[in-house]
Design a binder for this molecule. Structure first.
Ligand SMILES: Nc1nc2c(ncn2[C@@H]2O[C@H](COP(=O)(O)OP(=O)(O)OP(=O)(O)O)[C@@H](O)[C@H]2O)c(=O)[nH]1
Length: 141
């Protein structure tokens, strides 16, 4: 969703106005070990999964379960984004959701979890994400 399409190796901060100002911090998957340092400031969590690469599914699922069970994120609202839907894939998103038992994960999680299918490349689903942020982001809770 951020400008430029390079692998994420650092952390980027981006402000958006929807209409309230929201600061989005992007953390790459390889930075998993230091994600907990940022839980304190996190009101909403957007978790990006690669819908074009099912070989990453199990690793992403383990990371997602770690986030959902973290004490510091118990109050966060969560949006799981299946990204790269513009690319062909040998599995459907429904199959991927079923493979990681996403309905059970959502049912058991403390957090309120929503899912969306997007393409950061084409902008598909962007308005849905913006609406979710606008409706969900409550910095004053
Ligand atoms: N076709 C397509 N390519 C995308 C899309 N989003 C990202 N990419 C491309 O995927 C490549 C790697 O991006 P990501 O998969 O986000 O990789 P990354 O940022 O290293 O992943 P993390 O570090 O885990 O966040 C880049 O070349 C992007 O251009 C998309 O929606 N569609």
């Amino acid at each position: 969703m951020l400008p430029g399409f390079f692998p994420q190796v650092g952390t980027d901060l981006t402000d958006i106005v929807v209409p309230r100002k929201i600061t989005i911090r992007e953390l790459g998957g390889c930075m998993g070990p230091i994600w907990p340092s940022y839980y304190g400031d996190c009101h909403c969590l957007l978790f990006m999964m690669d819908a074009a690469n099912p070989t990453q599914l199990s690793a992403s699922c383990v990371q997602l379960l770690g986030l959902l069970s973290a004490e510091g994120l118990a109050e966060a609202s969560v949006l799981i984004l299946f990204n790269k839907i513009d690319l062909p894939c040998y599995m459907t998103i429904e199959e991927m959701k079923s493979l990681i038992r996403l309905p059970d994960i959502i049912a058991c999680a403390k957090q309120n979890i929503t899912t969306a299918e997007i393409s950061a490349h084409k902008g598909t689903g962007l308005s849905e994400v913006m609406h979710w942020l606008q409706d969900t982001h409550r910095p004053d809770r």
